[in-house]
Design a protein around this ligand. Structure first.
Ligand SMILES: Cc1cc2nc3c(=O)[nH]c(=O)nc-3n(C[C@H](O)[C@H](O)[C@H](O)COP(=O)(O)OP(=O)(O)OC[C@H]3O[C@@H](n4cnc5c(N)ncnc54)[C@H](O)[C@@H]3O)c2cc1C
Length: 406
């Protein structure tokens, strides 16, 4: 019998397993891919994640940050502009008195560090190459879940089920979880680009008539490109030769970082908004992309998922301390009170940014430029927005304050 069963060992599920590793709780992790200590990169792709300052603190509290910080690049400034128009805004870490607004790191590097922690502490029972396929409430009120392994089916019982499966639509449907979805009809093309001038730890977000284009700092002259392209232009964009793509990017981005010299392999991700309407299943909490899949325009998806982990960990340890039953409705409500406002704020903010900045209708384009100028000249509004983007408006859990969870 488990106290907590986590479904999904992606960045979010693995972070939760890490957060619970030093407790006396019985924790299980069910992961569909074949994680093994020898093949620790399986399940994580080459995407670059912009971690905000709040996430850096959570990872420090989890004891994982020191394993990735040598490979992370700090973001000291963010420069936001609209191609061909007057509006721009600059965000600077000194305005918040923090060492960096965030850091870029490879998802793979972070995933490997999290997996190492889970393996080293061996307190989590791992079910790898295994999939949750069904659940039901048992006679004693606990949850009974069915897990399909290569050749056998096992049944496990748990007080609390945490779905961190990344937003698998068929599983959601099967379990009867109600969600709202909006297809943005856009695809993100990501690639590493080499510039002729150093980025000086500036992240750029540039809105163009083809869609938002972000350049995130990596090594000295390398940046991670996230180029959002309308659905009907994706094939064309992917078919460009490297030379044509470099020229297009140069035209769209300009010369702030000199010449676009080289572009690496391109990977395309179709974009949508999905969020679960309520956490309605008994004894179940949905976190990370399974609870909210966001457009990467503001780089908030994993950052929010990590705050789900921080708040859920806080709720779990509070329940243990106060001898409350894990997974019962008081527990679920306590977690929702901590995390729902943060989730709603980030979903709204990201969706507003997508709708405002992916539209080239002239009045709206003018309004957003006025907005950018106003933002640059209104310190309280700017500070609020910067704190939000830095992840500092979340529930002030121990982890978000950079402390170990217990
Ligand atoms: C182009 C792009 C750029 C991005 N940039 C940023 C950024 O800069 N900053 C940021 O914060 N976020 C960013 N994101 C978002 C971020 O990548 C995601 O929010 C994050 O990776 C989600 O992690 P997760 O663990 O919730 O889901 P996933 O990574 O999808 O993991 C889910 C796991 O569950 C497993 N699974 C699925 N179904 C089952 C089942 N039935 N049983 C068992 N296991 C199962 C899967 O194998 C997988 O390992 C970006 C996203 C994209 C597409």
């Amino acid at each position: 019998m488990y106290d907590v069963l986590i479904v999904g060992g992606g960045l979010v599920g693995a972070s939760l397993a890490c957060a619970l590793r030093n407790s006396a709780l019985t924790v299980g992790l069910i992961e569909a891919s074949a994680w093994t200590p020898e093949q620790q990169s399986i399940g994580y792709d080459d995407r670059i994640i912009a971690l905000n300052y709040g996430s850096q603190r959570i990872l420090s509290g989890l004891g994982v940050w020191h394993q990735v910080d040598q490979q992370a690049t700090p973001i000291h400034h963010i420069h936001v502009s609209d191609r061909g128009r007057f509006g721009f805004a600059r965000l600077d870490h000194q305005q918040l008195n923090i060492p960096a607004l965030g850091y870029t790191v490879r998802a793979k590097t972070l995933g490997q560090a999290l997996q190492r922690q889970v393996y080293q502490h061996a307190t989590t029972q791992l079910f790898t190459a295994s999939q949750l396929t069904d659940w039901q409430t048992a006679d004693d009120g606990l949850l009974q879940v069915t897990v399909q392994q290569a050749t056998e089916t096992v049944t496990l019982k748990t007080r609390l089920l945490v779905l961190a499966d990344g937003g698998n639509a068929s599983l959601r449907e099967q379990l009867g979880i109600v969600s709202t979805e909006q297809d943005y009809q856009q695809t993100a093309i990501i690639a590493t680009v080499t510039m002729s001038e150093p980025h000086r730890n500036v992240a750029y977000e540039r809105f163009t008539q083809h869609g938002p284009l972000a350049l995130l700092p990596l090594s000295q002259q390398e940046c991670s490109l996230v180029w959002t392209v309308a659905q009907d232009k994706v094939d064309e964009a992917l078919a460009l030769t490297d030379h044509e793509l470099l020229q297009t990017l140069q035209q769209q981005f300009g010369w702030r970082l000199g010449r676009f010299e080289r572009v690496g392999q391109r990977v395309a991700y179709p974009l949508k908004l999905m969020h679960v309407d309520s956490q309605a299943l008994p004894r179940t909490v949905v976190i990370g992309n399974a609870a909210h899949t966001l457009h990467p325009i503001a780089g908030q998806g994993f950052n929010l998922g990590l705050r789900d982990v921080a708040s859920l960990t806080e709720a779990v340890f509070a329940a243990v301390r106060e001898q409350q039953a894990l997974g019962e409705s008081d527990f679920i409500q306590a977690y929702q009170r901590m995390q729902r406002p943060d989730q709603q704020r980030v979903i709204r903010l990201t969706d507003t940014l997508v709708n405002t900045f992916s539209n080239d209708w002239l009045p709206l384009a003018m309004a957003r430029n006025v907005g950018l100028v106003a933002l640059d000249g209104l310190p309280p509004l700017k500070t609020w927005l910067m704190r939000q983007m830095a992840g500092l408006h979340g529930h002030p859990s121990r982890l978000l304050r950079g402390l170990p969870p217990l």
